[in-house]
Design a protein around this ligand. Structure first.
Ligand code: PXP
Length: 238
């Protein structure tokens, strides 16, 4: 299972003071040196964390770059310019604190964007709710992967944890059946990653906010990346 480290919140900290530090490119280098398999970033249209101007530097240091993008022409052009390995199409609302739900896969522009990105050699994933019908619809659109939104699982408590985990398991099974790769991410922490990482057919997790926060207390970003890699490795062995 691959670990994508989302470095958006290094840029959040930088932007909070209008300084040039901490540098997300340096963070990406440290994450990769510590074992991150890919760097994930989400240049939002409001540029609140990763900016378009960060993208060439991030491209240069990412062994695999996963660019999260809203399904709008401005982001589509950026993606074609930067040439990430993956484009993960996400819903984006200006007023949300973070990506709050899955993509509406009925959006009229998706077939055109998916076809054009793939024609440039950019693999496409769709960030969707863990819903079997939506996973099947994503496969029918010709996407290479779905990234299952694990935010509801991350927020669940008590019996709801099992309920949300079962949704993720069923959506993953639907992905396998429809021959589309399955990734997952959002709201994953050192406390809740194990159960998701244990789902054998999920090939990739993208983790950001908690990992960057853990870096403060675990002895740095490299140590935090290693802690998540170890957590994933232990889950896959169990
Ligand atoms: N995957 C996608 C598609 C996302 O939009 C995000 C948040 O930007 C993440 C993963 C990482 O989520 P978190 O920061 O909660 O770990």
């Amino acid at each position: 299972m691959r670990l994508g480290v989302n470095i958006d919140h290094v840029a959040t900290l930088r932007n909070a003071r209008g300084e040039a530090y901490p540098d997300p490119v340096r963070a990406a280098e440290v994450a990769v040196a510590a074992g991150a398999d890919q760097i994930t970033c989400h240049p939002r249209l409001d540029q609140r964390h990763i900016r378009f101007s960060d993208l060439p530097g991030l491209r240069a240091v990412s062994p695999v770059m996963n660019l999260e993008m809203a399904a709008v022409d401005q982001m589509f052009e950026q993606a074609l310019d930067i040439g990430p390995d993956w484009a993960c199409i996400v819903p984006e609302r200006r007023e949300e604190l973070t990506t709050e739900g899955g993509l509406d896969v009925r959006l009229a522009q998706l077939p055109r964007m998916i076809t054009a990105l793939r024609a440039e050699g950019i693999k496409v994933s769709l960030f969707v709710d863990p819903d079997e019908a939506v996973v099947r619809a994503s496969a029918a659109l010709g996407a290479d992967a779905v990234e299952l939104h694990t935010g509801a699982y991350g927020k669940a408590r008590g019996d709801a944890v099992v309920y949300e985990l079962e949704r993720i398991e069923r959506a993953t099974a639907a992905g396998v059946e429809a021959a589309i790769a399955v990734h997952a991410g959002h709201g994953l922490t050192l406390d809740n990653t194990t159960a998701v990482a244990a789902i054998a057919a999920i090939q990739e997790l993208n983790i950001g906010h908690a990992l960057v926060a853990d870096a403060l207390f675990l002895g740095g970003l490299g140590a935090a990346v290693r802690a998540y890699k170890d957590c994933i490795a232990a889950a896959r062995k169990a």
